[in-house]
Design a protein around this ligand. Structure first.
Ligand code: INI
Length: 165
């Protein structure tokens, strides 16, 4: 029997990532992005937009994230797509539609394309809660990057080592 497990070590050829970031609530999403980049960088990834390992796509809000994530995943250029957003409930039922569609859409893109798509969209009741998850009490952006590294590495292994039945 074989155990497949993603690692955080360097992979050859080098991993490539796309990051989709929602501008809505950019007070929060900018901080998620900064931690995500910091984590990737500390794992040897060149995060510069001018480099060859990470590309960035900005979208108006979390609702638009899945469409752009799908286009990027279909390009066959990336080992994983990281989606960053912040949906904050406030006083409006809009929250449920935006959060629900973003979550369903991101999951669908991964399953439809076979490319890992990381759900890095915070869903919180208040701005305070979102900020706590984006720097005040740890930063989830760091963990989304770790998830992307692990899944990218795991999928590389599965593609190359999985014996056919
Ligand atoms: N988009 C977000 O990313 N977060 C939110 O909290 C939010 N709220 O609350 O409305 C939000 N709305 C915009 C939405 O994502 C779309 O950009 C818009 O509906 C246009 O399609």
């Amino acid at each position: 029997m074989t155990t497949f497990e993603g690692t955080f070590a360097g992979v050859s050829p080098p991993l490539r990532f796309a990051v989709v970031i929602a501008r809505f609530n950019d007070l929060v999403t900018d901080k998620l992005l900064a931690a995500c980049q910091d984590c990737l960088k500390r794992h040897g990834i060149d995060v510069e937009p001018t480099g060859s390992q990470v590309d960035y796509a900005w979208v108006p809000g979390s609702f638009e994230v899945p469409l752009v994530a799908k286009q990027l995943a279909l390009s066959n250029r990336y080992d994983a797509v990281i989606c960053l957003g912040a949906v904050i409930r406030g006083q409006t039922p809009h929250f449920d539609y935006v959060a629900g569609e973003a979550a369903k859409g991101v999951a669908a893109v991964a399953l439809q394309t076979g490319v890992p798509v990381i759900f890095g969209i915070l869903t919180t009741d208040t701005l305070q809660q979102a900020l706590e998850r984006a720097g005040i009490k740890g930063n989830h952006g760091w963990h989304y990057a770790l998830n992307a590294l692990e899944m990218a590495s795991l999928m590389r292994q599965l593609r190359s080592d999985l014996p056919s039945a």
